[in-house]
Design a protein around this ligand. Structure first.
Ligand SMILES: [Mn+2]
Length: 311
């Protein structure tokens, strides 16, 4: 039996990490497949908190797979966010909840996408449809991923199905106080005291290519925005370097205050500020702009930027 690798995107978040882990376990246990989860990048502090909480091992870090390897992608379909030699691999399946922009394959594949707040909500549906028995550990991981992607139901991507899924899962997971669990997860993610501005800006960005324009968009979700905002100058200097090094046409760096539900965006470039002001109808004051309740990259930021760059 040929091995199947289940993997998620670069700069992984909790939903992407856990969706690959639980899907690889499901394929192994319920379908008798030889599977392995791999990571393309180090996991963040929130994900580490969750994996430690359930005593799950951190998967192996792999930068490249041999040509022709069977892979399943979870929580992403954009080439620029995937493994570098994606074109040489044999993608057999995709499970996701994002828009499609440049995803194409040479062979037919199985695709499962739903308009839900997380890939782990889609996983739950797959498991239920196939009568797969979800154990306490899996239920806890799925809940954590849904809480993470939806910012505990604050993000506008949240649907009533996601809320119901968490209720059903918690009958198995039996987490006594979900609010407290969510707060602990977000605190782990916001635990940035030790790290430098350069590391902060490696924590959550995604790359996009639209109309030959390459841009990166960060959303730094935190319960402690003042910590990153205090490092504004260093962050901006680091962003400036990255923009040059990676030949980017535009960048957007947003700090999301999870509890206050507020987006503060940093920019130093007149060119980028102009685009953000036009697209979101706001004004920068010096290097900062308040964007209000723009919390979701996939639902509120990327569609607007795609429209802009496609004009
Ligand atoms: Mn996701």
């Amino acid at each position: 039996m040929e091995k199947i690798y289940v993997m998620w995107h670069k700069v992984p978040d909790t939903d992407s990490t856990i969706s690959s882990i639980v899907y690889a376990q499901y394929l192994g246990k319920a379908c008798g497949q030889d599977t392995q989860t791999i990571i393309l990048w180090e996991i963040n502090n929130e994900t580490k908190f969750v994996l430690d909480y359930v005593w799950e091992n951190i998967p192996e870090l792999t930068k490249e797979l041999p040509k022709g390897t069977n892979v399943i992608l979870t929580d992403h379909n954009d080439k620029s966010q995937s493994i570098d030699n994606m074109d040489e691999l044999n993608i057999i399946e995709l499970i996701d909840h994002h828009n499609f922009w440049n995803f194409c394959t040479t062979r037919p594949i199985r695709v499962r996408c739903e308009v839900l707040c997380s890939s782990c909500s889609v996983m739950y549906n797959i498991f239920k449809e196939n009568n797969y028995e979800i154990d306490k550990k899996t239920a806890t991981m799925l809940i954590a991923a849904i809480i993470s992607d939806s910012l505990f139901f604050r993000s506008p991507t949240t649907t009533k199905h996601d809320i119901k899924i968490v209720e059903e899962l918690n009958e198995i997971a039996e987490i006594e106080n979900l609010e407290e669990f969510a707060t602990d997860m977000f605190a782990a993610k916001s635990d940035l005291w030790e790290i430098t501005a350069k590391e902060i800006i490696k924590t959550d960005y995604k790359e996009f290519d639209v109309n030959w324009k390459k841009f990166w968009v960060w959303v730094l979700e935190t319960t402690n925005p003042s910590y990153s905002l205090k490092k504004e100058k260093e962050i901006i200097e680091a962003l400036d370097e990255i923009k040059d090094e990676s030949n980017l046409d535009f960048i957007m760096f947003s700090v999301i205050d999870i509890f206050e539900e507020e987006n503060t965006t940093l920019s130093w470039s007149d060119h980028d500020k102009g685009i953000i002001e036009e697209v979101f109808g706001i004004k920068f004051e010096w290097n900062r702009a308040k964007l209000g309740r723009i919390l979701s990259r996939k639902k509120q930021i990327i569609p607007e930027l795609n429209n802009y760059f496609n004009k």
